[in-house]
Design a protein around this ligand. Sequence first.
Ligand code: SF4
Length: 357
Amino acid sequence: MQRAAFFWEPLKLLSKKLNFFLFILKLLPFWCWHNIWGKKNTVVGARSTWARRRTANANPEREAAVIPTSVNYHFTRQCNYKCGFCFHTAKTSFVLPLEEAKRGLSLLKEAGMEKINFSGGEPFLHMRGEFVGKLVQFCKEELALPSVSIVSNGSRITEKWFQLYGKHLDILAVSCDSFDENVNVLIGRGQGKKSHIESLQRLRKWCRDYGVAFKLNSVINRFNVGENMNEQIKAINPVRWKVFQCLIIKGENSGEEALRQAERFIISDEEFNLFLERHKRISCLVPESNQKMRDSYLILDEYMRFLNCRNGRKDPSKSILDVGVENAITFSGFDEKMFLQRGGKYVWSKADLKLDW
Ligand code: SF4
């Protein structure tokens, strides 16, 4: 008996230890998974906190950096029209070389740009439209931006341009403030005997023919505030009709050093609201009062400097080509909340628009 006990006791002890070892082995996968997953989450959390902190340190007023989702690049200030209220006047004749403009656009894309709008001045004057055509093509083909658009007075666009570049353009916005040619002449929208309304209708047709969404921009001012445009707008059928209240910007259309004096064009908020009321049945109408308009655009000038309109004038940042987008944008004065509130983010790619060509 004693011999048997001598044999069995160590075996029992060994078996207990083995069971304990097997129990630990079963727990091991769960422990590993929990530990790795936990650590991974801690790292991700730390990284985003660090990124937020880095942004907040760079600019204590902001928790997160402004993303330049939608940018307006006014690459030229030259224009063939002389609108009395123009607030981006021909103070310089400078235009960046094409390759530099492309470099700036690439920087903006890296910073999160989704929509670019080319504006002026008149974008189709420089190199007879070839410059803006090449930029449109670059933004669509190389940068693959969801939305590429142009704002133009429409007087210099040719059918040949549509044949060459139309497929890369999502939206063409044409400025027209009145369907009465005499009013256009009073405003300064026109050139000699050329009819602004005729060129508008020609462009509407080409947009249909070449698959470009057509948008209309109107500035409501002293000379057109009483007009009823319902019938003409319905006939033209734009995807969007932007209706702006005439705006004063010091140094552009007001003040001693300005090239225009727009005071005689200004209307009150009440007058603007009456115009909107008259056209309330036009579903594509997007109104923009002075308050909505002033700080809700990211504007780049001909040197690729952001223009800050917070103080009622255009104060430039340094160029994004010199200091980068993240640095320059902190001086842009951009009001992202107002941008979203005024419907700045909309269906802006022609692939997503249900167009009635
Ligand atoms: S068409 Fe535009 S850029 Fe040219 S003068 Fe008129 S408002 Fe200014």
